[in-house]
Ligand binder design. Sequence first.
Ligand code: MTE
Length: 315
Amino acid sequence: MLFPKQRPWNLPEQDAAPESAWTNRRQLLLAAGFGLAGWAGTEHDLAAQAVPASGAFRNGKRNPAFTRPDISPEAAATGFNNFYEFTTDKQQVRNSVGRFQTQPWQVEITGLVNRPMKLDLDEMGRRMQQEERVYRFRCVEAWSMVVPWTGFPLADLIRMVEPKPEARFVRWWTAYRPKEMPGMVQQPWYKWPYYEALRMDEAMNPLTLVATGIYGKPLPKQNGAPVRIVVPWKYGFKSIKSVVKIEFVKNQPSTFWNDAVPAEYGFYANVNPKRPHPRWSQATDKRIPTMDVEPTQPFNGYADYVAAMYKGNEI
Ligand code: MTE
């Protein structure tokens, strides 16, 4: 067992829809013929199985254990972005994504798993219990936001594909679409497509989200539509956008920024106010859009949930 059965942020019972809602939903799915539909390349009829994990259907409800009063304005989170496939101008990403086709979308899950699959995004949305979590988000460039994400724990997806015991890391790739992503063509020196990875225990940590939305709406393209990873205790570059492929592997994979500038960006990239970036301090961050300065917290404030995973020498 990698984490306690009773997650501390489970929704209180009264917030959850009754079991009957879940059952009806399942019957509807079955009646609508969702079996193999949407699941190319797998023989498993997952619609005939229970929806994963802990019980009730709780689609999109805010998780009270992860909420804060200081949510950043939506216009800030959707208008100030890092998405180098489009442009390095943070305020122009949203104006550069017009050609990016995010529907239909498939995520291939492969490598050291018993149940490899190609997962249609609609099916993923129907199958996984979505919830909203308000997380701090801290970029390595020393700016931060507080974002309400909609999504589900990556651990739920991992359990579904049944990793083999030798799987020790999970890696993922963003879409490779030079015709739709002008930044790829303008910056040919990077090793596209963008790729990232986590150790298996980090991927299974219940804080790690597969996000499909923000502010109660589907993810905008500039924020990584239609599906991205969110790892709130790490610098933002670990939170890879627009994921098309997930692979379970034995050895520690290379990562995009660590390959590009190894002296500045490590594999682990845990938020650490005491470890300065070679070119700037990480002791404080500026909240977008007010630019209010606040002290950066170890693990971005999530130490209670994640610090035990580390010995202290991971960079
Ligand atoms: N994913 C891809 N594919 N390409 C990127 O350039 N930038 C990363 C991360 N994920 C990036 C990416 C960085 S540096 C940050 S800070 C966050 O996305 C920014 O996410 P946001 O624009 O939703 O705030």
